[in-house]
Design a binder for this molecule. Sequence first.
Ligand SMILES: O=C(O)c1ccc[n+]([C@@H]2O[C@H](COP(=O)([O-])O)[C@@H](O)[C@H]2O)c1
Ligand SMILES: Cc1cc2nc[nH]c2cc1C
Length: 350
Amino acid sequence: MEILKKAMEGIGVLDEVSMKRAQERLDSLTKPRGSLGVLEELAVKVAGIKKDVFPRINNKVVVVMAGDHGVVEEGVSAFPQEVTPQMILNFLSGGAAINVLSRHEGAKIVCVDVGTAADINHPALLVKKVKKGTDNMTKGPAMSREEAIKAIEVGIETAWEVIDKGAELIATGDMGIGNTTPSSAILAVYADEPIENLVGRGTGVDDERLLKKINAVKKAIKVNKPDPGDPVDVLSKVGGLEIGAIAGCIIGAASRRVPVIIDGFISTAGALIASKIEPKTVYFMIPSHVSQEPGHKVMLKLLGLEPMLHMNMRLGEGTGAVLAMNLVDAALKIIKEMATFEEAGVSKEL
Ligand SMILES: O=C(O)c1ccc[n+]([C@@H]2O[C@H](COP(=O)([O-])O)[C@@H](O)[C@H]2O)c1
Ligand SMILES: Cc1cc2nc[nH]c2cc1C
């Protein structure tokens, strides 16, 4: 609890002075005012986060949090649980989509085992296992309150470690067969919509499994009665270990004023938990894409975040977030490298 407390105490607000300066600089550049739309908003937001109009972002890291889910017993995924450790090994040997996109973007991957059921041995894997997979949330809480706090603290410490090693921009990622089910359950606690609208096909479940998923979310909420006023209670009862660690990673990044790009449905469930623990974390979040999971739009709306990319993606791993790093790079180049009206001798607005 000490780590979470310390991190929360460190979370501030956006720096208004830097944001005003960034906006003035953008308005002085050779383009009609506001014509670069979201790129301008991004440059202003990053200035507010970093307290710097021309922040340097060279060192980018995607943190992939992995965990397993007892609720897979209910037949909620299209894939078996063994895929979680198998994909982790794929990440570590460079063959997954996140590896390709991270190489493309020049980002480093840090993979953390927060709670897989298997024992995975690899020198590059950070093993910070809180529990060997959650318990089946349709029968009782997914984890204890202490385990939920531990998972969040794993995320905070991981963020602090990568920042101490130089990370200037963090992207969140996840791996965990079954994790769209707890993500929907978390969303169901906060959204004012029928559960049917908040549950999607995840890895690609058929109609029969989709029905099992909807019923699993309904049952998990009925059995556990998560308290919406207590986000740690929600995480412990119907969440996941990697979801908690993602929430922690966001809290940790916010506490050090490092912008954090939020990936798809699972990462945004983590972001929702982070925002309920400390609403100021939202200032430090940069949305990336909107996933094909139907609940993702609802989650982003609850957070007040507008996705930048519409790519029909639904992979997770941090793939959408890493793609959006490019947009952050572009925004910072615009504010730094474009000529002003004065410099270029271009006539100003009448
Ligand atoms: O991030 C998303 O929007 C997303 C949407 C659907 C599936 N996934 C990935 O697929 C896995 C979860 O899907 P499922 O069907 O097993 O719940 C997990 O490893 C996620 O990273 C991710
Ligand atoms: C192959 C595969 C890769 C993934 N990456 C993230 N979730 C995944 C789920 C599956 C099934």
